[in-house]
Design a protein around this ligand. Structure first.
Ligand code: NAG
Ligand code: NAG
Ligand code: NAG
Ligand code: NAG
Ligand code: NAG
Ligand code: NAG
Ligand code: NAG
Ligand code: NAG
Ligand code: NAG
Length: 465
């Protein structure tokens, strides 16, 4: 050994390093991932041939296979099988083999059978998207609740024919929950209150019954889009909806909703698209409606609404009569004038709003006057520094108290307005025969208003994720 050349020593140690199995566990995992994919492929009755690279012959790594993406550790992080004409089931898919899988996308294929319970073993999953597999049936497995990292869950255009599992409420990181057109039945469980990070919630075009859960108001401020259209949801629209101040898209069209339009709907100042059409809503359109400053698409057609359409602001730009059509009692722009309908009710409303504005005005003038008066005279009255300090403190206190008084007076007053409105909404009067005559409106110009921001927002969300 004494005569061993240093270069030889170096070569020897290098050889030793090469022979030593580097991270044997990882190699096993990768091999297992590849085998799992190949086994599943073998179980399929047919594909479009694009899975040819999924083979253990000449095996190096599945990272170069079609539809597969790996992370920096060369472990499979994404399976993106879009439109590969797969004909088969997920029964032979070994979910346990993919502990690092983040995105699983199986859209526009011919999958049949059910979603296996084993899907709960994909504990790293962030996005699960299965769209357009109409023969995929059965329940959404309860084990879905184990996928606590999920931020996007899209199961659309499937033939599930089952109820929504409550375990979806455990997925507290969800930002997008889209289960539209999945033939879901039963009622909406109160899960929606637990999903405080949700941006989009779509349960549209299913067979859901029952009412919209009150808990929906717990998704404070964050949620951007809600689509419950095309179900059989009944009863009133919970007023909690009006606390979702970030809403831009709200579609409750095509249900059996009854009662009034929530009186505080005008709080939703960011709302761009509102569709309540084809329900059983009654009463008047609440005066707060004019508060919808961002509204670009509106549809209240085919309900039992009555009274004068509120006027003002952004509402005036929505001039297509079809958005109010088929409400026998509605009148005013863009429908016919309210010639014979009981406009006195509307005047009362306007009066209430005006009263309130006046009150605000008086309160502020009074407060300003009191404050200004004492500030001015106070400086003359008290020249000593300590006195002045004490005096300003006193003024501060008074000012605080006055403001509090004004606020309590305001809230009192505000509370009285909705009460009156509820009465008015329940108010029924003989339906006048003055059904709005559809004025011809320049079609293309009007239609330009009815864009659909939901998709745009959705797309921008996904492109950023
Ligand atoms: C494996 O390698 C051989 C020779 O390089 C090639 O002819 C064959 O197509 C390869 N098989 C696959 C599945 O890539
Ligand atoms: C799927 O494969 C089965 C069995 O081979 C066949 O009967 C069925 O028609 C196939 N479905 C489609 C959509 O190709
Ligand atoms: C999941 O939700 C169910 C009921 O919705 C609850 O009983 C269970 O404790 C939750 N599990 C976890 C891990 O949060
Ligand atoms: C769901 O609704 C569709 C269309 O309204 C109807 O054809 C189907 O029978 C309903 N399914 C169930 C299970 O109610
Ligand atoms: C609301 O949903 C219905 C049915 O799902 C759809 O036809 C309508 O275009 C939607 N409204 C808006 C404003 O997106
Ligand atoms: C409003 O909804 C009704 C019924 O769903 C539909 O016929 C009408 O075209 C819609 N109007 C607009 C402007 O979308
Ligand atoms: C409207 O009221 C006037 C006078 O009260 C009456 O002559 C007329 O017939 C009414 N028109 C309708 C459509 O009810
Ligand atoms: C209601 O207002 C209209 C004009 O806005 C007015 O012509 C009508 O006389 C008013 N009715 C009542 C009862 O004040
Ligand atoms: C290791 C592990 O989590 N295995 C689970 C895989 O999924 C099935 C069905 O949910 C469970 O029974 C296993 O415990």
């Amino acid at each position: 050994m004494k005569h061993l050349h240093p270069v030889g020593l170096l070569l020897l140690s290098c050889t030793c390093l090469l022979l030593y199995p580097v991270e044997p566990v990882r190699v096993d995992i990768r091999r297992r991932e590849a085998e799992a994919l190949v086994n599943w492929k073998a179980s399929l009755a047919g594909t479009d041939g694009s899975l040819a690279s999924w083979s253990l012959a000449n095996y190096t790594s599945p990272c170069s296979w079609t539809y597969i993406t790996c992370d920096s550790g060369k472990r499979i992080s994404e399976i993106h099988l879009n439109g590969a004409s797969l004909n088969g089931t997920l029964d032979e898919f070994n979910f346990l083999a993919f502990p690092h899988l983040k995105n699983l996308i199986l859209s526009w294929n011919g999958l049949h059978g059910t979603i296996p319970t084993g899907i709960g073993n994909l504990t790293s999953l962030v996005m699960l998207r299965i769209i357009g597999n109409p023969y995929l049936r059965g329940a959404i497995p309860h084990s879905i609740g184990q996928l606590t990292q999920l931020t996007v869950l899209e199961l659309r255009e499937l033939g599930l024919n089952s109820m929504l599992p409550e375990e979806i409420g455990n997925l507290t990181r969800l930002q997008v929950l889209d289960l539209s057109s999945a033939t879901l039945t039963g009622s909406i469980p109160p899960i929606t209150g637990m999903l405080t990070k949700l941006l989009f919630l779509s349960l549209g075009n299913n067979n859901l019954t029952g009412s919209i859960p009150m808990e929906i108001g717990n998704m404070i401020a964050g949620i951007v889009g809600i689509d419950f259209s095309g179900n059989s949801l009944a009863e009133e629209i919970p007023n909690g909806v009006t606390t979702l101040l970030g809403l831009r898209y709200l579609n409750l069209s095509g249900n059996l909703l009854s009662g009034c339009i929530p009186k505080d709907i005008g709080n939703l100042v960011w709302l761009q698209s509102l569709d309540f059409s084809r329900n059983r809503l009654s009463g008047e359109i609440p005066p707060s409606f004019v508060g919808l400053k961002s509204i670009g698409a509106l549809n209240l057609s085919s309900n039992g609404l009555s009274g004068r359409i509120p006027m003002g602001n952004q509402l005036q730009t929505l001039a297509h009569p079809s958005i109010y059509s088929n409400n026998p009692g509605l009148c005013g722009f863009p429908l016919n004038d309210c010639v014979n309908s009981s406009t006195s009710i509307q005047n009362e409303t306007t009066q209430a709003a005006e009263d309130m504005e006046l009150l605000w005005f008086y309160c502020f003038v009074a407060a300003g006057f009191i404050f200004g008066f004492w500030l001015y005279w106070g400086t003359f009255l008290f020249c000593s520094e300590t006195w002045r300090c004490a005096f300003y403190q006193y003024v501060d206190n008074v000012q605080g108290k006055t403001t509090k008084k004004i606020y309590s007076c305001m809230s009192c007053f505000q509370a009285s307005v909705p009460e009156r409105h509820v009465e008015r909404c329940a108010y029924t009067r003989p339906v006048s025969s003055r059904v709005g005559k559809i004025n011809p409106v320049q079609g293309s110009q009007a239609n330009a208003c009815y864009y659909l921001p939901y998709r745009t927002i959705r797309l921008s969300y996904f492109s950023s994720s």
